[in-house]
Design a protein around this ligand. Structure first.
Ligand SMILES: Nc1nc2c(ncn2[C@@H]2O[C@H](COP(=O)(O)OP(=O)(O)OP(=O)(O)O)[C@@H](O)[C@H]2O)c(=O)[nH]1
Ligand SMILES: [Mg+2]
Length: 443
């Protein structure tokens, strides 16, 4: 089997430079066969030319970045060829690399090797994918914290504590004459503390998942309150049609925006009212459907006109859903005051920064502190934690039985396994395949 892999690491298309990556025991031999570079000193960048294997015709002037095992991303010998970023050229260069003895890497295979070499655990592997796909300041900060190993460290620490107590229990069970039982108090304390930690991690994971995937924010209200204007103002782009005619927006309109560093999907909707117009009616139905799926609804009111039954109905509809009241048009002489609302003007931009802060607060993301707390942002990791938490509860119950050491041991073992699966310290091949299947080639 050929163990030296290669792939184009940069996106397909045209760019200033592109990178072809080679990793494996023959990385240097492969590169030497098709380039003017013959010495591969560790951590160097070597200028040279690349040529066709058979004809020796020069293909490109390149830079070779050289990493020697184990000091590379994969832990193997790695050469990264920096070439000019022509799509044709990059493909041709890769072909020559393959002819020279490497094989094409599978999706995520570089990162998989980094994992198998112990350079990254599974939480960091998932963070690599999150870093690549991060689309906002917050999701990037979060991915980088995970890449740094905040989850790995915490879970490994808990797992080590469980392994320790488990070894003490097993020793006491095996040699009851010589080795004393570990104190019940100590075990109970460990289990209780871990239960608290799990609960905290699970509570914070909701924030992690929201930060990673972004929040869906729906703008709703009766016609003409300025929903589309506010949508455009938050988007900083005139995407939605705005007119003074009530009932302008029909189809719900979606757009990606950044609010306070969070990626959000803004949804502008048709004004809510009773109508005989068939098209508008369908629009209103869609607005109502969007209210059901929103992470947060901005209930937009017109501060310059009187409150109507439509405003009241919307508030009643949103009663049990996360929402924020927004009184728009405060640049006009106010007719009414809306209690508990953020007053803004979509027209002048007044208080839009305040609205952004309130939105983060409503989503409970205002006090997110990546250096202090751990916000798990992977459903797989969350699932594992939920499993561990359930077993922990059984373990706590087992503490109450007379032969508690015997009763406890299997649960503690299970927890050690589940936590090991979370970080990949003890994990089945199947799970590994599933995780790497989501990667693209070259990563
Ligand atoms: N003075 C002032 N006018 C505004 C403000 N926001 C919106 N308007 C005006 O209000 C009218 C309606 O604005 P839209 O943004 O189309 O309102 P809408 O809620 O999307 O209306 P529908 O799509 O019909 O439901 C337009 O004439 C806007 O120019 C504001 O903050 N101040
Ligand atoms: Mg509109």
């Amino acid at each position: 089997m050929n163990n030296t892999i290669a792939a184009i690491a940069t996106p397909p298309g045209t760019g200033g430079v592109a990178i072809v990556r080679i990793s494996g025991p023959d990385a240097f031999t492969v590169a030497a066969k098709i380039s003017s570079v013959k010495n591969f000193d560790k951590n160097t960048i070597k200028p040279g030319v690349l040529f066709e294997l058979n004809t020796k015709n020069v293909i490109d002037k390149v830079l070779l970045s050289v990493f020697k095992a184990p000091n590379s991303y994969t832990g193997e010998d790695v050469v990264e060829i920096n070439c000019h970023g022509s799509y044709y050229l990059t493909q041709k260069l890769l072909t020559e690399v393959l002819k020279a003895g490497a094989r094409l890497a599978e999706a995520g295979e570089f990162t998989k090797r980094a994992f198998l070499a112990g350079k990254l655990d599974l939480t960091q592997v998932e963070a690599v994918a999150d870093t690549i796909s991060a689309g906002s300041e917050m999701s990037l900060s979060l991915a980088l914290r995970h890449l740094d190993g905040d989850v790995r460290q915490k879970i490994r620490q808990i797992r080590a504590e469980f392994l320790q107590i488990l070894s003490e229990i097993e020793a006491a069970l095996d040699y009851p004459e010589e080795i004393p039982d570990p104190p019940l108090k100590k075990i109970r304390l460990l289990l209780q503390n871990t239960q608290k930690t799990f609960a905290q991690l699970l509570a914070d994971s909701d924030k992690g998942l929201l930060i990673k995937s972004g929040a869906v924010i729906v703008l709703a209200g009766k016609p003409n309150t300025g929903k589309s204007s506010l949508f455009n103002a938050l988007l900083k782009h005139n995407k939605a049609i705005v007119t003074e005619t009530p009932g302008t927006t029909r189809d719900a309109l979606e757009a990606e925006a950044q609010i306070g560093g969070l990626r959000v999907t803004l949804v502008d909707t048709a004004g809510l009212r009773e109508t005989q117009d068939a098209v508008e009616k369908l629009g209103v139905e869609r607005s109502r459907a969007h209210l059901q799926t929103a992470d947060l609804t901005l209930a937009v009111f017109d501060a310059a006109s009187a409150v109507t039954s439509e405003d009241q109905e919307l508030l009643a509809e949103l009663q049990d859903r996360p929402h924020l009241r927004v009184a728009n048009k405060i640049d006009l002489p106010a007719k009414i005051e809306f209690p508990d609302s953020v007053s803004v003007s979509a027209k002048t931009g007044q208080n839009l920064d305040l609205l952004a802060a309130k939105i983060l607060e409503k989503l409970d993301l205002r006090r997110v502190d990546f250096s202090k707390n751990i916000y798990i942002s992977s459903l797989r990791q969350k699932d594992q934690l939920i499993r561990a938490e359930k077993i922990l509860i059984k373990a706590l119950d087992a503490l109450e039985s007379a032969a508690y050491l015997d009763a406890l041991a299997p649960y503690l073992k299970e927890i050690v396994t589940v936590l090991g699966e979370l970080t990949g310290d003890a994990v089945s091949g199947e799970i590994i395949e599933q995780i790497f299947a989501n990667f693209c080639v070259g990563k």
